[in-house]
Write a protein that binds this ligand. Sequence first.
Ligand SMILES: [Cu+2]
Length: 146
Amino acid sequence: MRISARFVLLACILAATSALAETHQVKMLNRGESGAMVYEPDFLAIAPGDSVKFIATHPTHNAASIPGFLPAGAEPFKGKINEEIEVTFSEPGLYGIQCIPHLAMGMVMLIQVGEPSASNVKIPAQLPARARQRFEQIVQRELSAP
Ligand SMILES: [Cu+2]
């Protein structure tokens, strides 16, 4: 088989691009520093093309996007319970993440991809009160961070 120089060049460019993308890790916990049923960390600011791996440190959790709480054009995702999934975030914007069994207990996190500041966040009004509260706490904390 003959491999063209153009193909080799393209492969090199792709390899160089993917080498820059980072994979961040988030633990799914029954109890963490900020209380019961938490993602740790509960906020990430990442670059477009980076990935997040959701680690099933404790059982009974999952990671899923929240309808209406992701950028236009972004692909929704839903991990199974106890499933460790790795999600690549290509579309810049703010993503709300939920643990479906513990949404009412406020098990959510916020992921900022690229430039948009957490101050631009629009927390969907139909979320349970505990989930909205935790998002508000995350946003307040990140905006007051030095
Ligand atoms: Cu959970």
